[in-house]
Design a protein around this ligand. Structure first.
Ligand code: FE2
Length: 394
């Protein structure tokens, strides 16, 4: 009797459990029709931007751009297709523009905004995240927290510190891993991408190009946001002589900007961490020895990384020691893939000032002429670390 009851219960409970699991897995925010990929921004510049989208069925597409004090700009493609992309040039720097997406002659998305890059301004607000490309709920929770900030204190752009895609094939699943979770962000701000190890695994090579067009040689490049210079490196090719030469040139040519930020996936300074019960070493010593002297020589202020799925922040470091005018290194690896815990300090004694494992997060950075402030925010919107670097005005 007991056995029969157990068999009947199994017949009922197993499908129920499967249904709940499927709902949990797939009942994630959807992209509004008629889009397969919601409109997104890329190649933002002082006088231009690229706006693209993909529809589920072949349509015509058009775009109207408006800004205060200027005539509306109108672009259209009468050719039927699913992929639509418009490059817009001739805009004014540091100006908020609204845009309207028109599908099959009907306005479909209205009142979205973007702001062109300023030429001289130093004030800037942006976010950074890494190790996100799981397509699972934690990634959506982080996206929702970023959206909340966008609604009351807008970001101007985002930086992805690598591991955009975790798919174990030669092609990423762009919509599941990136465009769908971030669709309400990407229609308002562009995200610039750094390559992580998962982005070059399984023959993906320059995987990030499946997501966005990248400047420079695509793997390493830099961008200027007013008087802030961001240098993005490919740490999967840390031993490339041409990359090191480019890095030195890039930093030397931007010595007089107000703030210098370097982005690379593998952290030069990192406490060991535990992933799925296995201790991982943390710091990437070869990268530290090869690149950090250049960062110090040319006055880099902040280095942002991921790879370890933890949050970590060093004291200011110079010559491998805590020092008054040194560089702060931040790891923000809690973007959505399985989270790690922080282990005992081994090769970074006294260098770390803040660390937290086991919590999904992103960081927001607010920069003025005098100060660079960074805030770590978790997937429930709680701020769990804050610090700032001060600099006298120049
Ligand atoms: Fe990684």
């Amino acid at each position: 009797m007991l056995e029969e009851t157990w068999i009947v219960a199994s017949f009922c409970l197993v499908p129920l459990a499967i249904s709940v699991a499927l709902w949990y897995r797939y009942a994630l925010p959807r992209i509004p029709k008629p889009f397969l990929r919601f409109p997104y921004l890329e190649e933002l510049a002082p006088t231009g931007v690229t706006i693209s989208w993909i529809t589920r069925k072949a349509t015509t597409g058009a775009l109207r751009i408006s800004s205060v004090g200027a005539d509306d700009l109108y672009f259209e493609s009468r050719r039927l297709g699913r992929h639509h992309s418009f490059r817009i040039d001739g805009l004014h720097p540091d100006t908020v523009h609204s845009y309207q997406v028109i599908i099959n002659a009907k306005s479909t998305v209205d009142n979205l905004h973007f702001k062109t890059i300023p030429l001289q301004e130093t004030e800037c607000h942006f976010f950074a995240l890494a190790d996100s490309g799981s397509g699972k709920r934690p990634q959506y929770r982080i996206a929702a927290r970023i959206e909340e900030w966008l609604n009351h204190d807008p970001f101007e752009f985002g930086l992805h510190l690598g591991d955009i895609s975790y798919s174990r094939t030669s092609t990423p699943d762009e919509d599941r891993e990136y465009f769908r979770p971030y669709h309400r962000i990407l229609c308002r701000v562009p995200i610039w991408l750094a390559l992580g190890n998962h982005d070059v695994d399984y023959g993906k090579t320059v995987n990030h190009l499946a997501f966005h067009r990248m400047p420079g040689n695509k793997r390493w490049y830099s961008l200027d946001y007013g008087r802030i210079h961001v240098t993005v490196l490919d740490s999967t090719r840390w031993n490339s002589t041409s990359q090191r030469e480019w890095l030195e040139r890039d930093l030397r040519n931007h010595q007089d900007v107000q703030w210098k930020i370097v982005v690379l996936h593998h952290p030069p300074y990192c406490r060991p961490y535990i992933r799925e019960g296995v201790l991982q070493p943390g710091s990437h010593i070869e990268i530290r020895n090869l690149w950090c002297p250049l960062f110090e020589q040319y006055g880099v202020d902040l280095v942002l990384s991921g790879h370890s799925h933890t949050y970590q922040r060093t004291r200011r470091i110079r010559d491998y020691c805590p020092g008054g005018k040194g560089i702060v290194y931040v790891i923000a690896g809690g973007g959505g893939e399985r989270i790690d815990t922080v282990a005992e300090e081994i090769d970074t004694p006294g260098l770390m000032e803040a660390w937290l494992g086991g919590r999904y997060h992103f960081v927001r950075l607010k920069i003025t002429n005098e100060q660079l402030a960074i805030m770590a925010v978790d997937d429930r919107g709680r701020v769990f670390d804050e610090f700032s670097l001060d600099r006298p005005s120049t």
